[in-house]
Design a protein around this ligand. Sequence first.
Ligand SMILES: CC(C)(COP(=O)(O)OP(=O)(O)OC[C@H]1O[C@@H](n2cnc3c(N)ncnc32)[C@H](O)[C@@H]1OP(=O)(O)O)[C@@H](O)C(=O)NCCC(=O)NCCS
Length: 331
Amino acid sequence: MIKYRAKIDSLGNYVPKKIVNNFDLEKMVDTSDEWIRVRTGMFERHFADETEAASDLAYKAAENAIYNSNTTRHKDIQMIIVGTISADHPFPSAACILQNKLGLKDIPAFDISAGCTGFIYTIDIAKQYIENGICDTILVVGVEVLTKLINWTDRGTCVLFGDGAGAAIIKRAESNDISQIIGSKITADASEWELLQQKAGGSRLPASHETVDQNLHTVYMEGNKIFKHAVKSMYNVTMDVIKEHNMSLKDIDWIIPHQANMRIIESLADRLKAPKEKVVVTIERFGNTSSSTIPIAMTEAIKANQIKRGDIVLLTAFGAGLTYGSTLIRY
Ligand SMILES: CC(C)(COP(=O)(O)OP(=O)(O)OC[C@H]1O[C@@H](n2cnc3c(N)ncnc32)[C@H](O)[C@@H]1OP(=O)(O)O)[C@@H](O)C(=O)NCCC(=O)NCCS
């Protein structure tokens, strides 16, 4: 039973200052600007410095989201959910460290591990807590510092990732509110979970000299196999959400897909019959920032005056697990 509706009240993002472009990467690994551009659509990405961890980026994005909200003060936040696979530590959660940085206490704070679908998962969970009346204001964050978990001897993955954070304040919508989270679906198909993983550092293969020597604490990805799943899974889960709410593709004003590869984004847009102008793309500037690509892109589109209140926006992502999900909102 839905007691209330939830909405995205505000968003904020943060990327570290250091920019690494394709020409910089040419000096670091055996690659080329042309290969990266043609195969991925990326040109530059931001790298955290040695002092910055996930909660530092998350904190800045969260402060920006709070600043961008006309109605939310720190003390109003009743829960913090962070989607990340590159938290400051294996434990405690980045969300708990973030709670402390924000000067908050006595509210639940936890991380969600859903790879690049992390932000979509956090919104889905926040939506439930608001719809059933338990909370009315929740901070959700997608944050990643994957450049610190990269295998610099694997040119197929090391050129793809950047660091960043995006945050949103999810609030109870008033009955006369134009904004609303219309629908959401999160799911996973783990039959091929091995395709994308950090092999060591967990209870399966704890850290040892050998795991470090073999680079097993870094991102392992079979990119071309994942590529094949990406479009199909995002398309299917999107159609499920749209149909469940009796809407059609024509109703959607903006699509914000996970920014992993420009070719994936274009194929998805083709299948969704979406003209280029409706698809928000930031991959050239930020690369793949995993769970933070969507809130970073949405914040940028709002700042650029593209997405406006009342627009129908579709968010969709896929990632390690393999997880995938879609959120349909009226902003
Ligand atoms: C990673 C990805 C860009 C690679 O593109 P691809 O077209 O599949 O390329 P392949 O892996 O088949 O490699 C093609 C060739 O390029 C080479 N190559 C790989 N990385 C390279 C690089 N950075 N620079 C230059 N050449 C490179 C390969 O060695 C291979 O050479 P070969 O044909 O001589 O063997 C692409 O598969 C992808 O984006 N996958 C999805 C990634 C993703 O979404 N991850 C999920 C995170 S949520």
